[in-house]
Design a protein around this ligand. Structure first.
Ligand code: PLP
Length: 489
């Protein structure tokens, strides 16, 4: 394969002997060496570079060249259009994320393109958001149509879509075998807000069922992730997220996930609510046992606590059913389900679905939001729910999951020292590594595959639900190459 020098603004005279322009991009020309070996290419470049820039370029190019010969998608170089744009913008952006160099500007189905036209197969779906794939034409046309009709009039007034979405969420939940007594919905803008509402509703229910005011504790679990707002963060017992913002809100207790024996001491008469992910996503793709969820639900009923299932990541068909808990008997159903992420396929929207007991505890004025439930977001979510409910899509998820698990098992057989457990359900899968996954994530990206991590040394796979089996195999073949490239001798 021809190699690519990532420094695009070299004078064209440098192309004279051993370099020829290979690719024309927005801000210049990429140069391709005609030398056959890496050593020859390094020597060629050193000969033709002006002495003033030699030390800098040699340092950078050595690093790039050591890997570029086999890289279809080498990360943008320091003088690329991407890097220039990032430099211009980053000082104006609060530095809350560490991002890799590509700048994404376009998506279609399971692929993303960066501003320099590199194409990436996306196994992240915007962190389990774009279930219907990127830039779904149906979603786009609903957004266009509703944006021309009515985007926002506030919750002070009725509109046709907030109620329609709420009704559909309740009906679909019951029909899918999820929370059997689902009754009403509070629509908001994000997962954190959906959980914030759930926690407030649990507190309010606690005050009503125990007027002494003692029932205020909220229980959640180790490795859980419920969001970044102060209430949802207080339920996210992870020092990495909590410490910079301590102290947390009072009354939040942490239990051990899947510890059935510990439930009775953890959940008491003082507990107003228990919030749990039936599958922990950020926590490393850990699946709750049926026994644990059954015992938790039983204990909540015993002490009068509200049970909240946070299905923000694992719900909305990602595991092949609308809610992961739909496979459980009624006794293990929650009083509240929270959802967001895939609900808008990228358009911000979240929802807190409650049963009659919780709905009856909430009075006008107890909770609210300006944007939440606006007609634009609700019509989009209504459309997305309709599309996700397609039985063919759901059947496909089981088949795709099987393909992915089979390939991951093959990878594990190839790298038994590096790979441990394969966890998860449907298209929410995790691969436990025995090493820091950062190099593998980078190596995969530079070969055209986007993957993310979770928990402790876990690779997380949350592709769109419309990904094809061929795309899954393509991605797994790239992942295999990434493992090979990062194999320590
Ligand atoms: C299970 C779960 N709950 C809550 C959240 C928070 O959602 P958001 O980022 O939309 O506020 C997330 C986000 O990753 C999540 O995975």
């Amino acid at each position: 394969m021809a190699s690519r020098l990532a420094f695009k603004r070299l004078p064209t005279s440098l192309a004279a002997r051993s370099w020829s322009p290979a690719t024309r991009t927005g801000d210049g020309v990429r140069f391709q060496s005609t030398a056959s070996s890496l050593a020859e290419r390094v020597q060629d470049t050193i000969k033709v570079l002006p002495h003033s820039i030699l030390p800098i370029v040699c340092f950078e190019t050595n690093a790039i060249w050591q890997k570029e010969a086999s890289l279809p998608n080498a990360d943008p170089a320091p003088d690329s259009a991407s890097a220039t744009l990032v430099r211009e913008h980053s000082e104006y952006m609060v530095a809350t994320y560490s991002r890799p160099p590509p700048v994404f500007e376009k998506g279609e189905g399971s692929y993303l393109w960066d501003i320099e036209n590199r194409r990436y197969l996306d196994f992240t779906a915007g962190i389990a958001v774009t279930g219907l794939g990127h830039s779904d034409p149906g979603v786009s046309s609903v957004i266009a149509s509703q944006s021309r009709t009515l985007m926002h009039a506030s919750n002070l007034y009725y509109n046709p879509w907030t109620g329609a979405l709420s009704k559909l969420l309740v009906e679909q939940t019951v029909a899918a075998g999820g929370m059997h007594d689902a009754k009403a919905v509070f629509v908001c803008n994000s997962g954190s807000e959906a959980n914030e509402a759930a926690i407030k509703f649990a507190r309010k229910a606690g005050k009503i069922t125990d007027p002494s005011g003692q029932r205020t504790e909220v229980v959640s679990f180790k490795n859980a992730f419920h969001g970044r707002t102060m209430g949802s963060l207080s339920a996210t017992h992870n020092p990495k997220y909590q410490e910079p913002f301590a102290p947390m809100l009072p009354g939040f207790k942490c239990g051990t996930y899947n510890d059935v024996a510990g439930i009775n001491d953890l959940v008491t008469e003082k507990t107003c609510g228990v919030i749990v992910e039936p599958i922990q996503g950020e926590g490393g793709v850990q699946v709750a046992t049926d026994e644990f969820l059954l015992a938790l639900a039983k204990r909540c009923r015993e002490v009068g606590a509200v049970l909240i299932y946070d299905e923000i990541q694992c719900g909305l068909h990602r595991t092949g059913t609308m809610w992961y808990h739909a496979r459980l008997p009624k006794e293990a159903h929650p009083d509240i389900i929270t959802t967001a992420k895939a609900l808008g396929n990228g358009f911000p929207v979240g929802a807190t679905i409650v049963n009659g007991h919780v709905a009856d505890c909430i009075k006008i004025g107890d909770h609210g939001t300006t944007y939440g439930g606006n007609p634009l977001a609700c019509r989009v979510a209504h459309y997305v729910l309709g599309r996700l409910a397609d039985p063919a899509l759901q059947e496909g998820i089981a088949a795709k999951s099987a393909v992915m698990i089979r390939s991951l098992n093959q990878l594990r057989s190839k790298y038994p020292e590096r790979i441990g457990e394969i966890r998860g359900r449907g298209l929410l899968l995790g691969l436990q590594l025995n090493e820091d996954p950062s190099d593998i994530v980078t190596a995969a990206r530079e070969r055209g595959l986007l993957i993310i991590t979770a928990g402790v040394q876990t690779l997380r796979f949350v592709p769109s639900l419309v990904i094809s089996e061929a795309e899954i195999l393509e991605g797994l073949s790239i992942l295999d190459q990434a493992f090979a490239a990062t194999q320590k001798q």
